[in-house]
Write a protein that binds this ligand. Structure first.
Ligand code: ADP
Ligand code: ASP
Ligand code: MG
Length: 405
C-alpha cells in the first residue's frame, strides 16, 4: 500500500462544492488502495480577510496573536473536509498542525519547522482514516501556535511528506502546474513538464506564488520529489526534482514577477567600516528578508544604501531603520513602494554567456527603465516601475521564446 500526501490550496477548497470535490478525489485515491494524508489551506480569501480584520483593530498587531488568529483559517477547512468525507461514508479525522506533531521555532508569522513527530498521523492512518492536517501552522516547544509565512501550507505538505517518507507528494492548486510565467500575466505561458528544485526555488523566491519558496528549499534539502497539478482536472502536472543534465539545455526556464516589493533608502550614511553591517543587522534582527542591495556615493564622506524588501515587511523595516539611522548618524530613511521586480531564471544560464545583455536590450527596446539589477548563477532580476511589470514579463517571455512548445 502506498502512502500519498496531497495538498489542496485555498481556491481548491474555496466553497462547499469545491470541498466536496476534494473529498471525492481524496476518497478515490484511498479506494485505489492508498493511505492518504491531506494537507489543506484556508478557504480562498479567508487569510486575507483575517489580516484585514486584525489591522482594523491594531495597525501593528502582536505577531503572537496574529498566529492565533490566522491558524483558525486552516482549522475551519480541516473540519469541513472531514465532514465532507464522512458524508461520502469514508473514515476521516482532522488534526491541527500541533496535533500532527509539527514543531517550529519561535519566529511568529514566519516560523520554520524544526521537527515533526507524526505519531498521531500514523495512529489515525492505521485505523483506516484519511488524515486531514491543517497547513500553515505548527507550535513552538512551549506550545505557542505559530504560522509558517504566506503560502505556508505548501511547506506543511512537503515537510509531512518527508517526515512520513511518503511514496507520492502532490500539490493541488488552481493551475495545471508550474508555467513559464504566471498564466494570469502572460497569456501564452506554457506548462513546464519538469523543473529543478533550484529553478523553482528562484522562481518562487522572485515572486511566482505557485509554490512557497521555503517549501521548495525544504523539498530540495530532503529530496522530496513532488508534482504540482490542478484540483479541477486530471491533466498531468509539473514534476519538481533534482537537476538532471538535460535541464541545462534550456537556457531560460521561466519569468517571475514580484509586485509586492518596496525600495528603502538610508541616506547619507557615514562612509566608514561597519555601517552596512549595523544597518543590515538591525533589519535581520527584525526578521526581515532583504533582496537587491545597492550602495551609491552620495557626497564626499557619505553613501546612500538602497535595498528592496517585501511590502508586507515595509512598516516593520522602517521602524527598525529609523532607529538605526539615528544611531549611525545617517540623514534619514525614505521608502518607495510603486516598484516591481522582474526576473528570468534558468540553470542553462550557467553555460550561456550574454543573457544579461539580451535581457537589458529587450527592456530598452520597449522603453522600460531599469532601477536596480541583481544576478546569481541561475537568475537575473531587475527592479522597475510597477506600471511596467506586466509588459516587461511579456517582453522577456517573448525574447527568450518561452511560448514555444
Ligand atoms: P493555492 O491557493 O493553491 O496555494 P496560489 O494562489 O498560492 O494557489 O498559487 C497558484 C497561483 O500562482 C496561480 O493561480 C497563478 O496565478 C500563480 N502563479 C504565479 N506564477 C506562476 C507560474 N510560473 N506558474 C503557475 N502559476 C503561477
Ligand atoms: N492560508 C495561508 C495563506 O493564505 C497559507 C496557504 O494558503 O498556504 O497564505
Ligand atoms: Mg499557495
Amino acid at each position: 500500500m502506498a502512502l500519498v500526501v496531497q495538498k489542496y490550496g485555498g481556491t481548491s477548497v474555496g466553497n462547499p462544492d469545491r470541498i466536496k470535490n476534494v473529498a471525492r478525489r481524496v476518497l478515490a485515491t484511498q479506494q485505489a488502495g492508498n493511505q492518504v494524508v491531506v494537507v489543506v489551506s484556508a478557504m480562498s480569501g479567508v487569510t486575507d480577510s483575517l489580516i484585514k480584520l486584525a489591522k482594523e483593530i491594531h495597525d501593528m498587531p502582536s505577531e503572537r496573536e496574529m498566529d492565533v488568529l490566522l491558524a483558525t483559517g486552516e482549522q475551519t477547512t480541516i473540519a469541513l473536509l472531514a465532514m465532507a468525507l464522512h458524508a461520502l461514508g469514508a473514515k476521516a479525522a482532522s488534526l491541527t498542525g500541533a496535533q500532527a506533531g509539527i514543531v517550529t521555532d519561535r519566529a511568529h508569522t514566519k516560523a520554520k519547522i524544526t521537527n515533526i513527530t507524526p505519531k498521531r498521523v500514523h495512529d489515525q492512518l492505521n485505523d483506516g482514516n484519511v488524515v486531514i492536517i491543517a497547513g500553515f501552522q505548527g507550535e513552538t516547544p512551549e506550545r505557542q501556535i505559530t504560522t509558517l509565512g504566506r503560502g505556508g501550507s505548501d511547506l506543511s505538505a512537503i515537510a509531512i511528506a518527508a517526515a512520513l517518507k511518503a511514496d507520492l507528494c502532490q500539490i493541488y492548486t488552481d493551475v495545471d502546474g508550474v508555467y513559464t510565467a504566471d498564466p494570469r500575466i502572460v497569456k501564452d505561458a506554457q506548462k513546464i513538464q519538469e523543473i529543478s528544485y533550484d529553478e523553482l526555488l528562484e522562481m518562487a523566491a522572485l515572486g511566482s506564488k505557485v509554490m512557497q519558496a521555503r517549501s521548495v528549499e525544504f523539498a530540495k534539502k530532503f529530496n522530496v520529489v513532488f508534482e504540482v497539478r490542478s484540483s479541477f482536472n486530471d491533466n498531468p502536472g509539473t514534476i519538481v526534482k533534482a537537476e538532471t543534465r538535460s535541464m541545462e539545455d534550456v537556457v531560460i526556464r521561466g519569468v517571475a514577477v514580484d509586485k509586492k516589493q518596496a525600495k528603502v533608502t538610508v541616506a547619507h550614511v557615514p562612509d566608514k567600516p561597519g555601517m552596512a553591517s549595523r544597518i543590515f543587522r538591525a533589519v535581520a534582527d527584525a526578521n526581515i528578508n532583504v533582496d537587491v542591495i545597492v550602495q551609491n556615493v552620495s557626497e564626499a564622506g557619505s553613501t546612500d544604501i538602497t535595498f528592496t524588501v517585501g511590502t508586507d515587511d515595509l512598516k516593520k523595516s522602517l521602524v527598525a531603520l529609523e532607529k538605526i539611522a539615528r544611531e549611525v548618524g545617517a540623514s534619514g530613511v525614505t521608502a518607495q513602494d510603486n516598484i516591481a521586480k522582474v526576473s528570468i531564471i534558468g540553470v542553462g544560464m550557467k553555460s550561456h554567456p550574454g543573457i544579461a545583455a539580451e535581457m537589458f536590450e529587450a527592456l530598452a527596446a520597449n522603453h522600460i527603465n531599469i532601477g536596480m539589477i541583481s544576478t546569481s548563477e541561475i537568475k537575473i532580476s531587475v527592479v522597475i516601475d510597477l506600471k511596467d511589470a506586466d509588459k516587461a514579463a511579456g517582453v522577456l517571455h517573448e525574447k527568450f521564446e518561452l511560448s514555444k512548445k
